[in-house]
Design a protein around this ligand. Sequence first.
Ligand code: FAD
Ligand code: SF4
Length: 481
Amino acid sequence: MREQEWRKELRKQMTARERTQIKRTGMPETDPLERIKNNTEVNRGITAEMAMQEAKRCLDCADPECINGCPVGVDIPTFVKYVEAGEFLKAAISIKEENVFPAVCGRVCPQEVQCESKCIYSVRLKKEAVAIGYLERFVADYQNESASLYVPEIQPSNKVKVAVIGSGPAGLAAAGELVKFGYDVTVFEALHEFGGVLKYGIPEFRLPNKIIDTEIECLKKMGVKMQKNIIAGKTITFSDLEEEGFKAFFIGSGAGLPNFMNIPGENLNGVLSANEYLTRVNLMGAAKPGYDTPVFFGKNVAVIGGGNTAMDSVRTARRLGAERAMIIYRRSFDEMPARKEEIKHAMEEGVEFLNLHTPIEYIAGKNGHVSQIRLQRMRLSEPDESGRKKPVPVENSDYVIDADLVIVSIGVSPNPLVPKNLPSLQVSKWGTIIVNDKEMQSNISGIFAGGDIVRGGATVILAMGDGRKAALGIHKYLNYK
Ligand code: FAD
Ligand code: SF4
């Protein structure tokens, strides 16, 4: 690839020194005071001129480490050089060889700890990395907005039926790959919308629904059948599906079971999980007038946790009118797992961070509704098994704050429904499905799994990578059976 003539010509147009003098492009953003009034996407995307200028910074390294930083191994310098040459569609097609949903990943992937952290600019030149994520988003949007929807080529149907359980990024990626091989693929989704966390979890101000809908439309055009409101293991069993002629299964049912802290008052009205809160707002119209599934808006909203889900919840609460929207996190900013960009955006939107704090009790006001939280101050001691400094309570440091809505966002576990319906399926002590690393096959032949149901809460790109890997495993299984 690197030795193609067009690419050699491009390299000659500027010296490496000139390229390193170009300043990294910024991302245009909606004004914080405006954006907290609605769900408009915060990052506006870069223009073609900005993209081509940014692409010039890439040194087209002989041994590009950025590729090793991408969990699915996208050929980053190739797509970036296509951008520099103004060949945006070729750039998009080149990314899609490894990453089926670049418009999603360009928005939500933590590039700062993946590809961009390995870029020669970050590692050796001690400068800001090439803005790989911004470029990925730009070319994917360019392709989606260009006249016709790009539909990858598929092989003629072999009429072999494969079932995909769950329509999150793992399931959709598996379905897209399987249909390309010619399988008759049906995706079964428990909810009334397809997309998994991309739809019910991540808010529109970070990932607009139309982006996911475009990807789903593309899968449907490729021949993937999609059925909603079907709970595998409940409304339909695996035996039913086998009787219907399905020869292999991919389970991508995610990890949607929220964890709680089991502290006094957790069952009060006004204390709920981030999953419930975000699903009600994003999927069930809870914030819109006229819907019969309202959610309590809250004036003083406390979100417990420091991950992306916590940031999405607190920023949603702010948009729903919270006057005081707080993050309560037991460690410090250094250990906070949320993306840096999300933390920055939350701060700009007026979110308050009570770091080194943990709730120890929720206190009832009128009618059994939460009205206060007893907080305990924390300090950091030696690192624990996760490598992060361990938070320990500061003695006699508790105090009370007002809160009329508490959103608990301290992690999730896999939903046990699917394993329950398949009693011989091997699961770990955390309830995740055990699979072999190479093909994502479980201990039951013909049953494959990937994404959060295997990893117990990870990232979109890892879920998609699993889905693709499993699709190859299923293809091999069905061909060599
Ligand atoms: P999911 O996306 O959870 O999809 C599983 C699907 O299976 C769901 O639609 C569910 O309804 C369906 N299902 C479950 N059981 C059944 C059944 N029995 N029958 C039929 N269907 C079933 N990752 C990032 O990389 N970047 C981010 O910025 C980011 N932000 C996040 C924000 C939030 C609020 C959350 C909750 C997660 C975030 N993540 C982020 C994590 C990421 O979204 C997940 O790792 C990813 O979605 C996992 O994909 P999945 O396909 O395994 O599962
Ligand atoms: Fe370009 Fe950075 Fe990758 Fe080198 S490491 S090829 S400069 S993106």
